[in-house]
Ligand binder design. Structure first.
Ligand code: ADP
Ligand code: MG
Length: 686
């Protein structure tokens, strides 16, 4: 077709029919631009000519060799088998075969040399064998030699097909991207021009070219990402605040709680006090392993906020968790005459209206809730502190929205998921980091076992023994698919199995599709020990505390991320009794075993999370997906730390000079920013 533009739909390209169009959509390719930016995930190395005596089994090789026997055609099992023997100066023989491609008989001439490319299927001291090699004229060496892109595919789309489409656009049609960086900018940060980069990411001659290209492309991705984040948290960060706390005495509160703070908790409380007494907004991330007592630290911060005349808000990722925080904390706060309320999706409209009214009149000091508390109609009278619990569960967007409820608020985010400092800074700004690196006394590590289905009976017996000793059991079933019906099916099936097996006991079920009220009732029953075995989906993942539950069985454990498994396991081992976690999995793959083995060997959430991060990549991990942030096409937040640091500097430079990006030279950057992150930016600002 004529006039191909970047926004042209790929359905109008030659060779793309309606069916192919759908398949390309599956890969996220809709427009010509998408296609050009569909970067290879790896490369096939055809840069080196390999001698036959260097061949290794299963390696793909590019080699020049001479045909030393006439080409023969044989028939076997309905196939035509074409074969010949070649050799090179190494003196070793290579036996080559093809299937059904009879024309090869005429193509290859005895005594002539050709360029071959193919995968070695076997090697012995005397010979190598290869099947279905590609054959080229030796003169083509220059053209053939190089790196070949390997694209991620879906069934029905081949490497070759994608390669041809992309070649056609970039080489034959000369489609160009707009470079958002001016020459001066590129020079300053050592960046290639975008179209040079794009050519070399798809068709590199060698790996150094890939590196140059990659650098350019990920620089842009990370630069825009950071610029967007900075714009989003904008008003909040660097502002000098007026709510400097004068009264930092929390001894009254400490008298009420039934235990002494651990040294780690004390240390973090001091850091928070220090923040609160300064004239700079607090922006602190508290990391602490599951069960390390983050809630109490947050409670103390909220207590101080109220004591100094401000309201505080605590946002938790699930209703159950919000309820639990409310139950625990309101008990303490009541004694001090501090008014705590809760808003979740199960709060009725009438109750909610009342809460909103009282909140505005400053009749509520602390509001606890799920993301319901960031709804637009919720207004505070004098919000001074926002705490978000298990922050990795929330998107950037939701957090920003809550912070925007007060003019300039102090923020405390709590997480059990360790984040490397460099990344934390990128994602949350110049925040300060506190670590609670100590568990309350008396905690015992949870004994962890990995078993397959052949152990079912033994597992059942083990559960019986524990229940008969008065203990309770969690059985957790993973989401099978992102399909609620199917997921529901699988918990329900499990529930039936357990009911049948444990007729004499109380077995209950808990899942995300139940009404909040039902869920709460079940949790109350479980807490009261009226339920022996609770079968559930991961709704119990975060924060639930039932000390008498000492056994956790996790079905299909290989389907969870390690950090999630650790969180789940943290539901047991909360009391003084010995606790157990049984990870069930029939997955025999080496990786699955390795992952579960990490769980068996370690109770250290930080170590586990680090491994998890390595195994899963950072996308899931940081909730970038949940926040609606696009994933990067090439950049990797974990491994591209160097570029990340450089972009950070570049973002600072540009903001310093032209915060609103109004200068002519930054026009294209602004456009790109809004094209990519406009929706998020609008939501925050608007
Ligand atoms: P997490 O850090 O996982 O959010 P929690 O705040 O839920 O942990 O605390 C886990 C349990 O430990 C709670 O029941 C809490 O009351 C208790 N706890 C917190 N701090 C201490 C402490 N210093 N000594 C004893 N128990 C504590
Ligand atoms: Mg917690």
């Amino acid at each position: 077709m004529e006039n191909i533009r970047l926004d042209t739909s790929v359905q109008y390209l030659k060779g793309v029919g309606p069916k192919m169009y759908e398949l390309l959509n599956k890969l996220g390719i809709y427009s010509v631009k998408d296609l050009i930016e569909y970067y290879p995930r790896a490369y096939e190395d055809r840069t080196r000519l390999v001698k036959i005596d260097e061949f290794e089994k299963d390696k793909s090789v590019l080699f020049i060799a001479t045909v030393v026997r006439p080409v023969t055609v044989a028939h076997a099992r309905g196939k035509k088998i074409i074969s010949t023997v070649v050799t090179d100066e190494s003196g070793r023989l290579a036996f080559l075969t093809w299937f059904n491609q009879v024309y090869i008989k005429d193509k290859l001439k005895e005594g002539m040399s050709y360029l071959f490319y193919g995968k070695v299927s076997s090697v012995s001291p005397s010979r190598a064998t290869l099947e279905s090699c590609s054959i080229y004229d030796v003169m083509q060496l220059d053209k053939i030699q190089g790196l070949y892109p390997i694209y991620s595919l879906t069934a029905g789309v081949t490497q070759n097909y994608l390669f041809k489409l992309i070649t056609n656009l970039i080489i034959d049609n000369g489609i160009l991207l707009k470079d958002i960086f001016e020459t001066e900018f590129r020079k300053k940060y050592g960046l290639a021009e975008i179209n040079y980069a794009v050519r070399n990411i798809h068709f590199p001659k060698d790996f150094s070219m890939v590196e140059t290209a990659r650098n350019r492309i990920i620089f842009e991705e990370l630069f825009l990402f950071q610029l967007a984040l900075l714009h989003m948290r904008d008003n909040n960060l660097e502002y000098v605040k007026t709510n400097i706390y004068k009264d930092l005495d929390c001894s009254e509160f400490l008298k009420i709680i039934p235990f002494e703070l651990t040294n780690a908790q004390k240390k973090v409380v001091e850091q928070i006090k220090d923040d609160l007494s300064k004239n700079v907004v607090m922006n602190r991330l508290v990391q602490g392993d599951v069960g390390s007592g983050k809630t109490m630290v947050a409670a103390i911060a909220m207590y101080l906020a109220v004591k100094n005349g401000y309201q505080a808000a605590l946002m938790a990722p699930t209703t159950i968790l919000a309820n639990q925080h409310f139950l625990e904390l309101s008990g303490y706060f009541e004694k001090l005459n501090i008014k705590v309320e809760i808003i979740t999706s199960s709060t009725t409209k009438k109750q909610k209206e009342k809460i909103i009214e009282r909140l505005k009149n400053n009749e509520i000091d602390i509001l606890i809730g799920t993301h319901s508390i960031i709804e637009d109609n919720i207004e505070f009278n004098n919000l001074g502190l926002v705490v978000t619990d298990e922050q990795h569960r929330f998107g950037v967007k939701q957090r920003m929205k809550l912070s925007n409820k007060g003019k300039i608020v102090d923020t405390l985010v709590m997480t059990a998921t360790p984040i490397p400092r460099s990344l934390a800074i990128v994602l949350y700004g110049d925040l300060d980091l506190s670590v609670i690196d100590e568990l309350p006394p008396g905690r015992k590590p949870v004994d962890t076992f990995v078993v397959n289905d052949s152990y079912n009976q033994r597992v059942y017996n083990f559960l019986r023994k524990n229940i008969d000793e008065g203990r309770q059991v969690y059985v957790v079933c993973p989401l099978v698919e992102e399909n609620e019906e199917l997921d529901l099916n699988s918990v329900e099936k499990l529930y039936e199995e357990y009911k049948k097996e444990f007729k004499e006991y109380n077995v209950a079920i808990l899942h995300g599709k139940m009404k909040n009220k039902e869920k709460d009732e079940i949790m109350q029953d479980f807490k009261a020990n009226n339920i022996n075995i609770l079968i559930s989906t991961t709704v119990i993942e975060v924060g639930i505390s039932v000390p008498n539950a000492t056994v956790m069985v996790i079905e299909n454990a290989d389907r969870f991320g390690l950090a999630a498994l650790h969180q789940l396991r943290g539901r047991v081992g909360r009391g003084s009794a010995a606790s157990y976690c049984i990870l069930k999995s029939n997955n025999k793959s080496a990786i699955a075993r390795e992952r579960l083995d990490i769980m068996r060997k370690s109770n250290d959430g930080f170590l586990i999370a680090k491994k998890d991060l390595e195994l899963r990549g950072p996308g899931d991990f940081f909730g970038i997906r949940q926040s609606g942030m696009p994933e990067f096409k090439l950049a990797n937040l974990l491994t591209d730390v160097k570029v990340l640091e450089r972009t950070q500097q570049a973002v600072r430079d540009i903001i310093e000079q032209d915060k609103e990006l109004n200068l002519e030279k930054n026009k294209k950057i602004k456009e790109a920013l809004y094209e990519k992150y406009g929706e998020q930016l609008q939501n925050i600002v608007g």
